[in-house]
Design a protein around this ligand. Structure first.
Ligand SMILES: [Zn+2]
Length: 154
């Protein structure tokens, strides 16, 4: 995640992200929020929900680690309860449908390094070619349909 985004979230949720910037020996939060920018909004929503639970039920709640694993958002917490587990699970499932790179609708790839991405982020060159072909096809269809019929011309 971009530093700017991370700083914004750290400022908005200082209790949850209090271990950001600690040394790697002390906390995995030393690596920051290790997720793509496409998940920034999703992660912000999770922070909002968790912060609400923190205020009402678990005052010690904080992040232990935030990362991407097997294409999904993985969050480890300290001081949570059943509600926080439920929230984290819910957002983990949600992240499986959002492109980690750009935030559009994405999906998992079946093989290789598993990531949740949209078509254009996964393979820009292929997608560009595909898009060009699709546009060409569309043009052709429209052109054929709009061609004046013989009875119109005569
Ligand atoms: Zn994308």
């Amino acid at each position: 995640m971009k530093d700017k985004l991370q700083n914004k979230l750290a400022k908005r949720f200082p209790e949850l992200s209090q271990d950001l910037g600690k040394s790697p020996k002390e906390s995995c939060m030393a690596w920051g929020f290790s997720i793509g920018n496409g998940w920034a909004k999703l992660f912000e929503m999770l922070c909002e929900d968790l912060d609400k639970v923190r205020k009402e039920e678990c005052p010690d709640l904080k992040f232990e680690q935030v990362k991407e694993k097997y294409g999904r958002l993985r969050v480890y917490l300290y001081g949570g309860n059943d509600h926080t587990i439920e929230l984290v699970d819910m957002y983990e499932v949600g992240s499986g449908f959002i492109c980690e790179s750009c935030g559009k609708l994405g999906r998992m790839n079946g093989r290789g390094w598993i990531k949740c991405l949209c078509n254009s982020c996964r393979n820009p060159a292929w997608y560009k070619r595909w898009w060009k072909k699709a546009m060409y096809f569309l043009d052709w269809r429209i052109f054929r349909r709009c061609r004046p019929k013989s009875w119109m011309v005569e």
